[in-house]
Write a protein that binds this ligand. Sequence first.
Ligand SMILES: [Zn+2]
Length: 357
Amino acid sequence: MTLKPLIAALCLWTLSSGANAATIRSGDRIDGVPVIEQLDVADLPSGSLSRFFFRVTDQATGQGWYVPVLVAKGAAPGKRLLLTAAVHGDELTGIGVIQDLFKDLDPKGLKGVVIGVPGLNQPGLLQAAREFKPSHGATGANLNRKMPGDVNSDEIINVYAGRLWTKLLLGNADMAVDLHTQSRGTLYPFYVFAETPAAKHMADLLRPDVIALDPGVRGTIENEFNPAGIQAVTAELGAPEVFDPAMTRRALTGIRNLMIDSGMISGTVSLIGPEPYVGNDTTDITAQRGGYVRVKVTIGQKVKTGDLLATVSDPFGTVIATAVAPHDGQVLSVATTPIHEIGEMMVRLIYWKTAKP
Ligand SMILES: [Zn+2]
């Protein structure tokens, strides 16, 4: 490099990291990776791939909780796609999806920005737990009901959610896919929740097995993003506690479809496999007795009112309860563990409720 381009490059660098830059670097590094207190992808260099640890908040020992962040900023402007995983700490496949996506992302051929956060609930990940429970003294709770959080709260889960929301997620996305799986002891197909027509379009491009059109529940990443004008879906990728290769491939194809459709990369949208089943309501069939459950249906199976769904047996194998379909529908989720408390889900049906309010 001759002196002239070097000076030009230095000027550019100075401009892009000037006093008004909103990415706040703490100056620390963890395992060689720079630590940030706030991210604004606008001030990262175009055509670059960046890795950060975002310092979320304090642990009970006074050290930090950090989440990993990957940013691919395209050479040209475009949409900002945010991918998050493991807001529930035992739902892992999405982490592998983000890692694998970034292996193949070329910022030089990208328009816009892809931001990946492969591991939102760090306490949950460490404890193989769905809930957020950062130490023995804290109450465990669902981090995906706490968005947008509150950085001024005196409860750590609200501070953790609030810092994620305001310093990392909200300002950096035009569209978002929050990657989940079903919970421990249960199984989902590839299943996407969509709250708005724009989100339904995203769901169609992901090409899951099932789409739920529903208003969602407040406090989730998806359902707080959509009212904020950021089109977002929740994507469920099968079973918890594993990296599922087949689900990963399908999710990667779907995410590339989203990027092609929104002009971020060139290519052709690939919609392989059958049209998704679309429902707008679900029913949980729960164990009325505690005992050993034998599920009699499979994921994706159509059922009619009165069809046998599951039995519960006592320790000697005697059936003590049976469960039948209360209405027509499709099997959305099944239990994978036989051991059931009273009230635990054995089968979940999805269906189209015509009189939905
Ligand atoms: Zn989840």
